[in-house]
Design a protein around this ligand. Structure first.
Ligand SMILES: [Zn+2]
Length: 110
């Protein structure tokens, strides 16, 4: 995936995330409508909105960091080992900051 395509995808993701975050913060009705599919869960609407907001905010941060890496000319490099992140991984997750090995190490440390 070339950097121009990556940037377009990241900017699109950022716009979508900003929209979702705005909805989650400001409009509980929209959240309820979207989550009717998984009725039966013990989570309240407010809990679910909060969980979605946390995920969206984390994702938004990752997307912004990836756009920064494009600007710095280091996009597609693992931020830990500086090896290239495999194209397939970037295709699936354009905001990925690490190669699979480093991501795995990081998650095991937690
Ligand atoms: Zn790495």
């Amino acid at each position: 995936m070339d950097v121009t395509t990556a940037r377009e995808r990241l900017e699109f993701m950022l716009a979508e995330l900003d929209r979702s975050i705005g909805v989650l913060r400001g409009d509980p009705v929209a959240v309820r409508d979207r989550s009717t599919a998984d009725a039966g869960s013990d989570l309240t609407d407010a809990d679910r909105a909060q969980a979605m907001l946390t995920v969206a905010t984390t994702q938004r941060h990752a997307v912004i960091e990836a756009i920064k890496r494009i600007e710095e000319g280091v996009y597609g490099q693992c931020v830990d080992c500086r090896e290239p992140v495999p194209a397939g991984r970037l295709e699936a997750r354009p905001e990925a900051a690490r190669c699979v090995q480093c991501q795995g190490k990081r998650e095991r440390r937690r």
